[in-house]
Design a protein around this ligand. Structure first.
Ligand code: 4AD
Ligand code: MG
Length: 462
């Protein structure tokens, strides 16, 4: 008999009442009394486990003993019956067999394990409720992101992973090379080293699909990229990963206001999708990670986001009377403590901070007429800080070139990018949303290492 997904019985149990079904899964808990045994099994299709009820008088010890263990995988068939709890269903087992044994050194023996401990066993932590729920929300969130853009006529573009440019200009690039250690030692200089390398020039893993996304938008109008990006950022914080996913729309003919409106609609749309589709998971996160989580998310869907000029943000911080570690003055790159003050203490909802000083932002951002600021905005949210980096792009060839020269960039690496300003340049804007940061926000999970299947941070490659 073919296996029935456990989620079918969880969601749709009444339709199966009285029917004989086959299920399979991993035993999460096993307990028994004199006459009865109970196994909670999970096959990953639902957060909730399915209870298998076993009348011990009908089974020999040889059959029962091996399946009554935490972590083993089993296959069972039996009849679907109402459980004690209203609306829930369980299986009266007719037959059960062991698929794979699980010896007593299985690390997930207790009900609760610390997140730190779980990070040491990425191959097994997926079998906890937390990771089961997180991965399902991650999947639904990703699909909702695609749906949002597809419904609005955006073209999904796959930008290259290997690039020869540094979009954010922060020098946090992982190098890509086919050379080995010996090649580096024998080459007399970098030029010789590169001459023997695969691409014959410096190559790296992309930090952002934006530059190539702009190329696509200058032909396809409305595009988005959605894929992995990489940063050799050696900052050991709960919100920085070396490998993370970004969704990056890029829109031709859009100004900063237009892209802020798109970002707002997208955030509300994907939060609503998670509220609608991941009710059980959010209830779990609310209990385990963040009290009031669902009310927070509902509030975000219903409320207007704040749009706050950077200068005004600085004034608010200066007047706050708070003792910040990094002193506040115009020109400061807002630190986590400042972002948190603004979103958590002042507004308690998402805030777009706009028009940052150009000195602290990237070369590609449109320069405002004041000569000091750029048409850029970060979306800050309570608890996480920045989740979106966004800007109108500099569409003027000379101004873009000047910004690049000021930063000492190698123009030859960006010729193709500058061509966009030469051939039919148009105003255009885009943003990047960090998927993991968004997941932290919607689940309440406090560390980026715990919203990825495998965490990727400095010194940590499991
Ligand atoms: O603000 P960032 O650096 O912006 C860009 O990369 C632009 N090129 C995006 C664009 O306009 N197309 O990064 C965008 C977002 C951040 O707001 C944050 O959510 C996430 O990417 N992010 C990270 N997430 C996890 N770990 C890191 N090290 C991250 N760095 C950025
Ligand atoms: Mg940023």
């Amino acid at each position: 008999m073919k296996n029935l997904d456990i989620s079918e019985i969880i969601v749709n149990g009444a339709a199966y009442e009285g029917k004989r079904v086959n299920v399979a899964g991993w035993v999460r808990t096993a307990r028994d009394s004199k006459t009865m045994a109970f196994l909670a099994i999970n096959d990953g299709t639902a957060l909730r486990h399915l209870q298998l009820v076993i009348d011990k008088s009908k089974f020999s010890d040889e059959v029962l003993a091996p399946v009554m263990k935490n972590g083993v995988s089993v296959s069972a068939d039996g009849v679907v019956v109402k459980a004690l709890k209203e609306g829930e269903y369980e299986i009266n087992v007719g037959q059960i067999s062991l698929l794979g044994d699980c010896p007593s050194d299985y690390p997930l023996q207790k009900k609760y394990h610390s997140m730190e401990f779980l990070r040491t066993i990425p191959q097994l932590r997926v079998r906890t409720n937390t990771f089961n729920a997180m991965l399902r929300v991650r999947s639904k969130l990703s699909f909702a992101i695609h749906r949002f853009f597809q419904e609005r006529g955006f073209c999904y573009i796959h930008t290259p992973i290997i690039t020869g440019s540094d979009c954010e200009g922060a020098g946090e690039i992982f190098r890509v090379t086919s050379n080995c250690y010996a090649d580096a030692r024998t080459a007399k200089d970098e030029a010789e080293y590169l001459a023997n390398d695969f691409f014959k020039r410096k190559a790296g893993l992309t930090v952002s699909g934006q530059l190539e996304g702009e190329v696509a938008a200058m032909a396809m109008g409305k595009i988005y990229t959605f894929g992995p990006t990489f940063r050799a950022e050696n900052s050991n914080t709960p919100r920085h990963a070396a490998e993370f996913w970004q969704v990056e729309p890029e829109v031709a003919f859009a100004k900063l206001d237009d892209i802020i409106a798109i970002a707002t609609d997208m955030i509300k749309y994907i939060i609503k999708a998670v509220l609608d589709e991941c009710g059980e998971e959010l209830a779990f996160f609310e209990k385990a990670f963040e009290a009031g989580l669902r009310d927070k998310l509902r509030h975000v869907v219903e409320s207007d986001f704040v749009v706050l000029d950077y200068g005004e943000a600085i004034r608010i911080l200066e007047k706050s009377g708070e003792k910040f570690q990094y002193p506040v003055s115009w020109g400061l790159d807002l630190q986590s403590e400042h972002e948190r003050y603004i979103t958590e203490k002042v507004f308690n909802k998402p805030v777009f901070v706009t028009n940052y000083p150009k000195k602290i932002k990237s070369f590609y951002m449109k320069q405002n007429d004041d000569g000091l600021t750029v048409a850029a905005t970060d979306l800050l949210v309570p608890g996480v800080g920045e989740i979106i980096g966004c800007s109108e792009r500099e569409a003027d060839f000379d101004k873009l070139k000047e910004a690049m020269v000021e930063r000492g960039m190698n123009l030859a690496d960006y010729e193709g990018y500058m061509d966009l300003r030469k051939y039919g340049s148009v105003p255009h804007s885009g943003f990047g949303l960090g998927l993991e940061r968004m997941l932290m926000y919607v689940t309440g999970i406090g560390n980026i290492r715990d919203v990825q299947l495998y965490s990727r941070t400095a010194g940590d490659l499991m």
